[in-house]
Design a protein around this ligand. Structure first.
Ligand code: FES
Ligand code: FES
Length: 181
């Protein structure tokens, strides 16, 4: 039976009427038109659907909507600030600067995982980065650039000097870093 679920999505109070067992990912994508989080495996194995629930990274494909009742959900669409989202979050900036994507399908989930990791550990070691990001899969194997982006967002500089920010800024894949595709 459907129920009313109240949640705060990207700072905005929302109410949805839905099956409480329905995945949060479906509610975000289909009911709230927030399509940044992606469906990859539906089994909690790839991280493409990652969002933050009260600040903790969850796989929204495996999170029943009822678990979000009264909680704060942060999706990639909620990261950028400014009237038109023109001021990107430092992690988004770092992914663009490092060109940390190819097809971009994993990017929103990677960025949300990185935001969750850096909230918890603002100055992560390389093992912290591996531990924090290893539940997110990238089929394009952009892992070195993704790790470089996390280091850059943490203020540790870049260890990936082959790629300039200007290479990535205008690509369609860069839109995934902003939740725009
Ligand atoms: S779609 Fe959720 S973990 Fe793969
Ligand atoms: S950039 Fe293609 S799956 Fe990661």
């Amino acid at each position: 039976m459907d129920a009313k679920i109240n949640l705060i999505v990207n700072g905005r109070q929302r109410t949805v009427t839905t099956d409480p067992e329905r995945p949060l990912l479906d509610v975000l994508r289909e009911d709230l038109q927030l399509t940044g989080a992606k469906y990859g495996c539906g089994e909690g194995q790839c991280g493409a659907c990652s969002v933050l629930l009260d600040g903790k990274r969850v796989f929204s494909c495996r999170t029943p909507a009822s678990r979000a009742e009264g909680k704060k959900v942060l999706t990639i669409e909620g990261l950028a600030k400014g009237e038109n989202g023109e001021s990107l979050h430092p992690v988004q900036e770092a992914f663009l600067a490092e060109g940390a994507f190819q097809c971009g399908y994993c990017t929103a989930g990677m960025i949300m995982a990185a935001v969750g990791l850096l909230d918890e550990k603002p100055n992560p070691t390389d093992p912290d980065i591996v531990a924090g990001m290893n539940k997110n899969l990238c089929r394009c194997c952009s892992y070195p650039r993704i790790a470089a982006a996390v280091r850059r967002a943490a203020g540790q500089g870049s260890q990936n000097t082959q790629h300039a920010a200007t290479d990535a800024q205008g690509t369609p894949e860069a839109q995934d870093a902003k939740g725009g595709r």
